[in-house]
Design a protein around this ligand. Sequence first.
Ligand code: AMP
Length: 431
Amino acid sequence: MAIQRPKGTQDHLPDGSPKQGLDTRAAAFRFVRETAQRVLERAGAQHIDTPLFEEAEVVQRGVGGSTDIVRKEMFTVYYFGDHGGYVLRPEGTAGIVRAYLQNGLKQLPSPLKLWLHGPMFRAENVQKGRLRQFHQVDYEAIGSADPLVDAEAIALLVEVVRELGLKQVKVKLGSIGDPEDRQRYNDYLRGLFGTHRERLSDDSKDRLERNPMRILDSKSETDQALIAELGVQPMLDFLGNDAREHFEQVQRYLQDWGVPYELDPSIVRGLDYYRRTAWELHHEGVGAKSALCGGGRYDGLAQELGSKTEVPGIGWAFGIERLLLAMEADGVEIPCSEGPLLYLAALDTEYVPAVAKVALDARAVARTEFAYRAMKPGNAFKDAERRGAVWVALVGSDEVANGTLSLKNLVTGEQRRVAHNELMTFLGEQA
Ligand code: AMP
């Protein structure tokens, strides 16, 4: 068998490919990207790109040494047999904040709103909607701790998914408070789970020492059963006054703007630099365990990456593949890419170069394709139809002798004779 693509990766294919779902259609990825770009750029977000690989330390500090991503899912980059200390990026935020600090972006108007799209890499157990190379759209607003910025970030996310045509989505909103609030919560969790240590999964025994909040995030069924049995108090009960006021303000904005959300006390982002607002976007068609999008405030991240001063920030990222699965479940249709406005074919080999020349010129005005060799009329029409062409012109001795093209519209059946020197104007009117 010919060489296969690596496990957990997908090819994004042209329309018309056999055996194709929405999540392998290149046109569908483009549709999602362009929709997000439209919504985010009209809110003032600017496009940023960062390298696909970063210093391992950026990711370790940015994503957190206690997370599964850093402990088990990193792709390390080797070159010439050497370990360069680089890893493929598993998410976008750490690289964006690194770029913000390194390039002095603090001098740009604040909050600086940025968006990024591109592939991310995690060596995960592959399942539906869980890949090793997947694609995210990422939005970040850096430089402000105002709850208005949090509410706007959530509202923008909801606007993107609405414009994509998704219906069954839910924003689940929580707050993880300030570091001192989390300290109190972690102490409480240590006490609670400490007496049932032997019933926790091995991963969660480890989390009990390093970061008890992450136990609540565990994918293990026995952990989840224990959590339910113990009736664990939510993080929201541990918020201090400042974090509570911030959280209430975010909610007031969302209510004012009619952005629907539900409170979800189970949302935990156990890393030190996360602060306050955290949320996820869920969809019934993709399953409760798999969020379409995760977002949160990360005011401590810049300092974790070496900044001397605190740089507040907030952002979200959704996986395009998961969004496409949700869109498929919601019956959203993404139109096929359009065919050429003009298709030209020579009826005789000697006219092929002239046809090619007309086609190349016509591209200044409209999408134009041509046959690379002489065709019989029937085959030319069939080929034009397969490509989705609108107008077809067959070029034979008559057309060459009198300097005209006989055009036929495959959609309406209309026929037109157009002089060569009028072709551009004609196509311009049709485009
Ligand atoms: P996270 O950075 O883990 O909060 O992920 C943000 C979003 O990226 C998730 O909600 C998913 O939509 C997507 N995502 C994360 N990991 C994967 C993966 N392995 N395969 C596909 N999508 C993913």
